[in-house]
Design a protein. Structure first.
Length: 187
């Protein structure tokens, strides 16, 4: 099973991705988490990514694409994966197609978790208190929402056209949303 999980900041993407990957028994590949780990370890990649993340901007496609190509070539991703937060731009969609056709595979499902702006903002402000992520400040949250709308939302039309997209309501308890996601991939 090869699944892409999309959703605006605050939709609960990370939490749900973790649960779904476990249920599908595939590796959970989160580009945001890989970047954060690199920032914490002060690697070259982390230093590069940090300036964009702090501003709520996307890390440039060349950097992100190279990282994902490397990760998808690892053994554990050979029989399936759950991509969390990638692709996020049209150029990344093309790159993912290229990577997967090189590996002789393709995506099975693209799921977008949806939620209204007020719920998203409330969740992000709550997460800011709990996790203290560097990109959960008021100004950066707003920027990340705008970036999602402009750069990532258009991807849903591309995947809908290909018959791969399912939109799942992200409002509800973690368990409720998780159940909807499982139903969406089993469909
Ligand atoms: P996330 O944890 O998925 O919300 O990602 C946190 C941050 O990492 C994003 O706001 C971006 O700065 C960066 N990032 C994660 N995934 C990507 C991606 N596919 N393309 C560019 N930047 C990304």
């Amino acid at each position: 099973m090869r699944v892409v999980l999309m959703g605006p900041p605050g939709a609960g993407k990370g939490t749900q991705a973790e649960i779904l990957a476990e249920q599908l028994e595939v590796p959970h590949i989160s580009t945001g988490e890989i970047f954060r780990a690199n920032v914490a370890a002060a690697t070259e990649l982390g230093r590069e990514a940090r300036k964009y993340m702090e501003a709520g901007e996307y890390v440039p496609d060349e950097v992100t694409n190279a990282m994902v190509a490397g990760r998808l070539a690892e053994d554990d991703a050979a029989s399936g994966f759950l991509l969390d937060g990638y692709p996020r731009t049209l150029a990344q969609v093309d790159e993912l197609d290229r990577i997967l056709s090189g590996l002789g595979t393709a995506i099975d499902h693209v799921i977008e978790i949806t939620a209204d702006v007020h719920s998203l903002a409330a969740r992000l402000h709550n997460r800011a208190k709990v996790e203290g992520r560097m990109d959960d400040t008021e100004k950066v949250i707003k920027r990340r929402m705008d970036v999602y709308r402009k750069q990532t939302e258009p991807l849903t039309a591309v995947y809908r056209e290909r018959g791969l997209l399912t939109q799942v309501d992200g409002i509800g308890s973690v368990e409720e949303v998780s159940k909807r996601l499982v139903e969406a991939v089993e469909d």
